[in-house]
Design a protein. Sequence first.
Length: 145
Amino acid sequence: MSITLNGHQLKSLLEFSAPDGETDIDQLETELTIAFVEDGHSGKGYYFWMSEYPEEGCMFLADLEQKPKSKYNWSLIPEHVQFMATDEDGMACGWLVKPQIMGDAWRNQSHLSAFFNINARDNYLNHYRGDWKESLEKRPEEQSQ
């Protein structure tokens, strides 16, 4: 498992473990534990606390989400779709064969139209939201027939 932190989250962790900053360098030896908690005081999410003193309480690490393993929720995509990609306009398309970028969309010379489409407006769970040019994904092995 990996956790990605932004600068604000790192700053929160440093302020918690070393509240006196550079005036007390020994505080930088403090170890913190980060864990996912289902029923924490600020709801479900990641919390951190001093490893040696868990009884002192914990703090919520805001805006930290575990990244999904896949770009798409393959359990909702027809079994024979082997590739998914999202066009520049936000349309997620399923392909039987690997598509290539052509202009502002994903296409395949032998199959010019996609087999399966998901519109971003359809409120599709786990819809890809990054750079559309990085959206191509092959069906994961555990989801293959």
